[in-house]
Write a protein that binds this ligand. Structure first.
Ligand code: GUN
Ligand code: ZN
Length: 435
C-alpha cells in the first residue's frame, strides 16, 4: 500500500474545545500523510517529509487542507425542490415537499437522485452527513448503497409518519418499526454507515408510532435518532394541541426515550429554558440550519442560549428548505443570524461546528471531523484565490480565519478544488466541470 504525503496549508481541531479560535492547529507549510483509507500523520512539511521519505508527494501548495465537512441535517428527496417560492413550513411541506417525496416510491428515481445528491455533497467539500430519506425502504436502500460505494460515513434513516400526510406517504406504527428494524439490521455499522431512527416530527406521528419507535431505539442504544423540534410557531402551537399532556415540545420525544446522545434535533428555534436544559442534560444535539430558517421565515437560532446551556450544536443545510449544499455558505447564514442577535459567530466557530464539533456531538470523532492519525483520510482542499474577486480580497498569506470568512461570504463551489474520502480523491473541480 502506497504512502502519500499531501503538501498544503493544513488546519484542524485535534480535540474538543469551547475556544476554537485559540485551539485550532495550523501548519501554514504543512503536510498530511495518508496510507490506504487512514491518516498516518499531520504536521509541518519539513518534519513529515523527513519522517516519510518513501511517500509519494502531492504538491497542493497555495491550498488549504481541512477535514471534510459534516452536514448534520438534510433531506435527500428534497434536492429537486430547493428554492421553491413563498411559503412557511407547514404550507411548504404540503405544497412542495410531500409531492416530491412521493416520487421516491420509484427505486429507479431514488437511485438516480442518490447519485445527484452525493455528487452535490462532494462538490461542496462535504464528506459526511446525517440524512433524512423518504418514507420508502427502497429509496433508503438506494441511498445507503450509493454511500457504501463511496466508502463514506453516512448516517441516514427512513422517515416515519402515520398521520397528517398524504396516504401515499403514510406508514403505520407497526410498518415503521418493521421497516426501520430491517434497515438497521442491513445497514447500521456496515462499513462506515450508521442508521438513524427518523420520525419526521411530532405532528406526523401518532403517539403509538412514537412509542413503538422509542422501543426500537431502546433496543439499539448506539443507533442515531433524528427529527425536527420547534422550528415554526404554528408548528409549536399544533404540537401543544396534539399532545396536551406534554410539558413542552421536547417532552413528546422524551416521553418515548428519544432524547439521548446521538439524538439530533433539527432547528430548536422556539425553545423554553427547560428544553435547553433538557437537551443538555441528556447529551442530545441541536442542528443549526440557518439558511433554511431564513428561507422559511422560521426564526433565528439562539446560539447564546445553546452555549450557555452547554448544548451540542452542529451546523446543517436542511436541504431542501436550505438554499445551498455548501457548509461555507451555511456558515455565512449562521453568521448573519448571530449578527441580528448582536452575538457574532467567528469563522473558526463555524468551521468547528461542521468538523470536529459535529463529530464529537455524534460520537464519531475517532473516525471523522479532524486530521488525527488513525482517522479516515476524509478532507477537502480549498483554493482561497480561486476567482478574480477572491484574488483581490485574499493575499497569498491570508490566515485560516480570514480564508474561511471570505470564502463563506464571497466564494462558491469553485473554492473547493478537491474532496477526498477514505484516501481517494472523489471530486476534482478541474476534472468535473458540470457546473
Ligand atoms: N418539519 C417536518 N418535516 C420537515 C422538513 O422536511 N423540512 C423542514 N425544514 N422542517 C420539517
Ligand atoms: Zn429538516
Amino acid at each position: 500500500m502506497q504512502t502519500k504525503l499531501i503538501r498544503a496549508s493544513v488546519a484542524h481541531f485535534p480535540a474538543e474545545t469551547s475556544m476554537p479560535d485559540t485551539d485550532i492547529a495550523v501548519f501554514p507549510d504543512g503536510a498530511l500523510v495518508i496510507r490506504g483509507e487512514k491518516i498516518l500523520a499531520v504536521g509541518e512539511y519539513s518534519a513529515q517529509t523527513a519522517a516519510y521519505p518513501e511517500a509519494k508527494q502531492i504538491n497542493c501548495q497555495g491550498k488549504w487542507l481541512l477535514p471534510g465537512f459534516i452536514d448534520s441535517h438534510l433531506h435527500f428527496p428534497q434536492t429537486a425542490i430547493m428554492g421553491s417560492y413563498g411559503e412557511q413550513l407547514l404550507t411548504w411541506l404540503n405544497t412542495f415537499t410531500f409531492p416530491a417525496e412521493q416520487r421516491f416510491a420509484d427505486e429507479q428515481h431514488a437511485s438516480v437522485m442518490a447519485q445527484v445528491f452525493l455528487g452535490e455533497l462532494l462538490k461542496n467539500g462535504t464528506t459526511s452527513a446525517l440524512v433524512f430519506s423518504s418514507v420508502h425502504k427502497g429509496a433508503t436502500n438506494a441511498l445507503f448503497s450509493a454511500a457504501k460505494a463511496m466508502n463514506m460515513t453516512l448516517v441516514a434513516g427512513k422517515v416515519c409518519m402515520d398521520r397528517h400526510c398524504p396516504d401515499a406517504l403514510s406508514d403505520t406504527a407497526a410498518s415503521a418499526v418493521a421497516d426501520s428494524h430491517a434497515l438497521i439490521e442491513r445497514w447500521h455499522d456496515q462499513g462506515r454507515l450508521r442508521y438513524a431512527i427518523t420520525p419526521r416530527f411530532a405532528p406526523t406521528s401518532s403517539d403509538q408510532q412514537l412509542a413503538a419507535l422509542g422501543e426500537l431505539a431502546q433496543a439499539y442504544p448506539d443507533v442515531f435518532i433524528q427529527t425536527h423540534l420547534s422550528e415554526n410557531q404554528q408548528e409549536v402551537a399544533w404540537v401543544k394541541s396534539l399532545f396536551p399532556d406534554s410539558r413542552y415540545y421536547l417532552d413528546v420525544y422524551d416521553s418515548h426515550n428519544m432524547v439521548r446522545p446521538r439524538a439530533v434535533f433539527g432547528h430548536c428555534l422556539h425553545l423554553e429554558a427547560q428544553e435547553w436544559q433538557h437537551l443538555s442534560r441528556q447529551g442530545a444535539t441541536a442542528a443549526f440550519c440557518p439558511s433554511s430558517n431564513l428561507f422559511l421565515g422560521s426564526g433565528l437560532f439562539n446560539m447564546q442560549a445553546a452555549a450557555s446551556h452547554g448544548v451540542n450544536v452542529a451546523l446543517a443545510t436542511d436541504i431542501g428548505a436550505g438554499t445551498s449544499f455548501s457548509m461555507l455558505s451555511t456558515y455565512a447564514d449562521a453568521y448573519r443570524t448571530c449578527q441580528l442577535q448582536g452575538t457574532p459567530l467567528s469563522p473558526l466557530q463555524g468551521l468547528y461546528m461542521t468538523t470536529q464539533g459535529a463529530a464529537i456531538a455524534h460520537q464519531l470523532d475517532h473516525e471523522i471531523g479532524n486530521l488525527n492519525p488513525g482517522t479516515y483520510a476524509d478532507f477537502v482542499l480549498l483554493e482561497p484565490r480561486c476567482t478574480p474577486l477572491s484574488k483581490l480580497r485574499l493575499t497569498p498569506t491570508a490566515d485560516i480565519s480570514d480564508v474561511v470568512f471570505a470564502l463563506a461570504m464571497l466564494g462558491d463551489e469553485r473554492a473547493v478544488a478537491q474532496t477526498w474520502i477514505a484516501g481517494h480523491c472523489c471530486y476534482d473541480r478541474d476534472r468535473n466541470s458540470d457546473s
